[in-house]
Design a protein around this ligand. Structure first.
Ligand code: SF4
Length: 313
């Protein structure tokens, strides 16, 4: 009976294997970082656009805090230690305004309130640090959310620099990246990430600003995640040749121009890989930690199991 109703079609020839190309004409440091973390994640996000990531309270916290600091430094271009009380008051106000504007990014009213309180407390710590830093080495904020663009061997890179500072004494420039998530806890750890090609963001900004004529001498990660800890930036000072590695947990270390050149070369290599159109697989990471907050984890059957999950799937 069934055979009478259905005519089986001839099987079609399988399509020839084809390559996959990056869909966008430009690359960002976050795309390169995603590729370095897990090639499959890059494929899902930047080729398939598999799902629309609705974001999370953590990402809304980051967006709102960045906005608050951008506006805060519009007023405090040259922070001064004797403005401490005013800075406390103004940053608190900017945080409240920015969080109110991003209210929809928080799934519940409780989450919104908790995250805003965390930001207020972290903001207090930020102002304390800023005031001490301004007294130690006065500086001028010369850029906020600054567009960063660079052409390298035919590839176009784009991004935004959170903040650019110029030291009043030496005239040298520091690139500052606000970090509201987990980051390296020491200069040595961050240098390792740069050397292993796990993080391209600050090397990319270094080359952007160097091409623009700045004398960039510092790459700074500014942690704004934990309200219970003092703000303790991770700083890599740029030196011409590799220097002795920083002490284990020291927040200040060095990165050589040789390392930054290698990072730049690797950025170009990755772009070549991603635009080659050669058939290829996009392997999953072997680090289960990379999967914890991955938006594609449900769809990703081959993701590496975490220890407690090994027999659970
Ligand atoms: S779940 Fe893990 S392995 Fe899969 S795409 Fe995400 S990061 Fe990669």
């Amino acid at each position: 009976m069934i055979a009478a109703r259905f005519a089986l079609a001839e099987s079609v020839e399988p399509e020839p294997h084809g390559g996959v190309r990056a869909r966008r004409p430009h690359f960002s440091a976050s795309a390169l970082n995603a590729y370095a973390e897990c090639e499959r994640k890059w494929f899902y996000r930047y080729v398939c656009a598999a799902i629309e990531d609705p974001g999370s309270a953590a990402s809304a916290y980051g967006t709102a805090f960045h906005l608050a600091l951008e506006r805060f430094h519009e007023r405090y271009v040259r922070p001064r230690a004797d403005e401490l009380a005013a800075m406390h008051r103004d940053l608190e106000r900017e945080i409240e305004n920015a969080f109110a504007e991003h209210r929809d990014g928080f799934p519940t009213a409780v989450e919104f309130e908790l995250q805003m309180r965390r930001a207020r407390r972290t903001g207090q710590r930020y102002v304390e640090w800023l005031s001490a830093e301004a007294a130690r080495a006065p500086f001028t904020v010369i850029g906020r959310e600054l567009p960063a663009q660079l052409e390298l061997e035919g590839f176009s890179f784009i991004g935004f620099i959170d903040r650019l500072d110029r030291e009043d004494g030496s005239g040298s420039v520091g690139v500052v990246d606000y970090k509201t998530g987990t980051i390296a806890t020491s200069a040595a750890q961050y240098l390792e990430k740069v050397r292993n090609f796990d993080d391209f963001q600050l090397p990319f900004y270094y080359w952007v600003r160097t091409a623009a004529g700045d004398r960039v001498t510092r790459l700074v990660l500014l942690p704004l995640k934990d309200a219970l800890l003092e703000v303790r930036p991770i700083v890599l000072e740029v030196v011409p040749v590799p220097a002795a590695p920083a002490r284990g947990d020291a927040p200040i270390g060095t990165v050589s121009i040789v390392d930054l050149e290698r990072a730049k070369t690797r950025m170009i290599e990755i772009c070549r890989e991603l635009t080659s159109s050669q058939p290829r697989a996009f392997p999953v990471t072997d680090d289960p930690e990379a999967c914890v907050f991955c938006a594609y984890a449900i769809a990703c059957a081959r993701r590496p199991p975490r220890d407690g999950e090994r027999f659970g799937r």
